[in-house]
Design a protein around this ligand. Structure first.
Ligand code: PA5
Length: 384
């Protein structure tokens, strides 16, 4: 199953599947995957090596494609779709259309026209829902269901958090609390929010937040940058900056409460590394991983980094649905407090126009000439 899309038509789906399935999902047998197909993502970048390597994994397999684009005109998705469509048509002829779904606007856009002409099965991106808020619509639910994840539980999680965040009590409203803390920190000079998780499974959820917040908040010279991080890894990289660099950082921890696996730390008769105190006290890897949030939370706060911890009790669809709804609602509040509409992203269009001009798309000749002059005046560093 190949999911084609970018931004809101990609990140939430990948984040959910990675959060709730085996780390090496595609390497498992079909039986071990609970009957689900291997799942790949394309169209999220235009790197030919990545594209080719992914196509290599599809060789000799029966491939189904879901092309997802609300606008139906996004260049990366459209190019990826063109290539996959051609490959499917080469091997299946007319029957290729039975292996393709399109997820797009109900009535308008190039993808809608193409889907109708080809007679594809379609799913709908609702008109009033922006890409990064669409994981609860067909955009997210189809791919998530393909992975065998319980979408009823996912929806129930959203509904539960909606009920909880409808209330006015700040301390019992996680979305309001998260938005308030970020807004206050921003007003006091914090410019970067490190979203750090101690769960590799949740690392793509932090990446989803990297889109959700900056694409909604980054208007008019304002907004917090979101930096997704997996701890411990990053503690040995930019952790130095978080502790002692410029004091413009706040931190939100996504802490996983319970793991699917238990890994014991073995006792060692020689104890040269001095770790025997851990197994002697029945402390396993999950115990240490909990400290990978608590330790930095304490140390970074002492170092001048305000932080908060959002605990995700377990890796299940219900908890994740709650987290997504909380974050979507949080950014709706914080974006509005910044004084603009968080549901639009006019800035994301500028690069698209520049690419059209540089690629020679008809109708963009004037800006192409202007850009070529500007680009020619730039110095370049070439690694030889
Ligand atoms: O959140 C958004 O609106 C964007 O990130 C879009 O999802 C992204 O640009 C892809 O757009 P489309 O689905 O129209 O191809």
């Amino acid at each position: 199953y190949v999911s084609l899309g970018i931004g809101g038509s990609y990140l939430g789906i990948e984040a959910t599947i990675k959060a709730l399935t085996h780390t090496h999902f595609n390497a498992l047998s079909r039986e071990e995957r609970g009957g689900a197909p291997e799942i790949y993502f394309l169209g999220q970048n235009m790197d030919p090596d990545f594209f080719r390597d992914t196509l290599d994994c599809l060789r000799g397999k029966r491939v189904g494609v879901n092309v997802i684009s609300k606008s139906g005109t996004t260049t990366e998705t459209a190019i990826a779709f063109r290539i996959l469509r051609r490959l499917l048509e080469q091997s299946h002829g007319e029957a290729a259309r039975e292996l393709i779904f399109a997820t797009t606007d109900e009535r308008k856009g190039a993808l809608r026209t193409l889907a109708d002409q080809m007679g594809l099965q379609t799913f709908v991106v609702p008109d009033n829902i922006g890409g990064r808020f669409s994981v609860l619509s067909d955009v997210g639910l189809v791919g998530i269901a393909v992975a065998g994840i319980d979408i009823k539980e996912f929806v129930a999680g959203f509904a539960a958090m909606k009920r909880r965040t409808d209330g006015d009590d700040l301390w019992d409203n996680p979305a309001m609390l998260h938005a308030a803390a970020r807004t206050l920190a921003y007003r006091r000079g914090k410019k970067v929010e490190v979203v750090a998780t101690n769960s590799v499974a949740l690392s793509n959820v932090a990446r989803y937040m990297e889109q959700l917040f900056p694409e909604s908040e980054g208007h008019g010279g304002k907004g917090l940058w979101v930096s997704p991080s997996v701890y411990s890894e990053k503690l040995h990289a930019n952790g130095q900056m978080v502790q002692q660099g410029e004091r413009n950082i706040l931190e939100t921890f996504l802490s996983l409460g319970a793991y699917d696996s238990a890994v014991e730390i073995p006792a060692d008769p020689k104890d040269l590394d001095g770790l025997n105190y851990l197994p002697e006290a029945d402390r396993d890897m999950a115990f240490i991983n909990g400290l990978v949030v608590d330790g930095p939370a304490y140390a970074h706060f002492q170092g001048g980094v305000p932080n908060m911890t959002v605990t995700v009790p377990a890796r299940n669809a219900y908890c994740l649905g709650q987290l997504y709804y909380m974050m979507e609602r949080s950014v709706a509040i914080s974006g509005t407090l910044l004084g603009h509409n968080p549901f639009i992203q006019p800035g994301a269009v500028a690069y698209k126009k520049a690419i059209f001009a540089l690629a020679g798309k008809p109708g963009h000749e004037a800006s192409a000439a202007e850009m070529k002059t500007e680009m020619a005046s730039r110095g370049q560093v070439v690694v030889e």
